[in-house]
Write a protein that binds this ligand. Structure first.
Ligand SMILES: [Cu+2]
Length: 145
């Protein structure tokens, strides 16, 4: 509790950003020609890796939507809301977990299962920043060989 209060004050006092999305590989909204074997998400602040949730899901989006990152984001929203909180959903996910072993990190790597099919994919998270604030987020990328 004390830690949370302190973190809150720290955020206000220094006008620090929370642990928000900063950049990633693949980048948000990107179309990649080769199947990625991992996803790296860079945050604006270090996160508590073990106390955070990361998932990558296939997005059931029509191919004509693949070129519109705005449309893909909108299509992904209900999926994120549904599955981010799910437990035991490893079979539905295309990631095989976090490969970053540090307790806290500003950059988090997720391994992807091999044999990715062409399509749109949603990378989603709920991270606990080292400032004690939980922040959800997601982005979509497209694999189109
Ligand atoms: Cu914060």
């Amino acid at each position: 509790m004390k830690r949370l209060v302190f973190a809150g004050l720290l955020c206000l006092g220094l006008a620090m950003a929370h642990a928000d999305y900063k950049s990633s590989v693949p980048a948000a909204g990107a179309t990649v020609k080769t199947a990625p074997r991992s996803v790296v998400i860079n945050f604006t602040q270090a996160v508590e890796v073990k106390l955070s949730t990361f998932k990558v899901y296939p997005l059931n989006a029509p191919q004509e939507a693949w070129s519109s990152s705005t449309r893909l984001r909108r299509l992904a929203q209900p999926l994120v809301r549904e599955v981010l909180v799910l437990k035991g959903d490893a079979a539905r996910r295309i990631d095989s977990g976090v490969s970053t072993s540090a307790r806290t990190a500003q950059s988090v790597s997720l391994s992807l299962k091999p044999g990715l099919a062409p399509g749109a994919y949603v990378v989603m998270w709920k991270v606990l920043g080292v400032d004690g604030h939980a922040e959800p987020g997601y982005f979509v990328f497209v694999y189109k060989p």
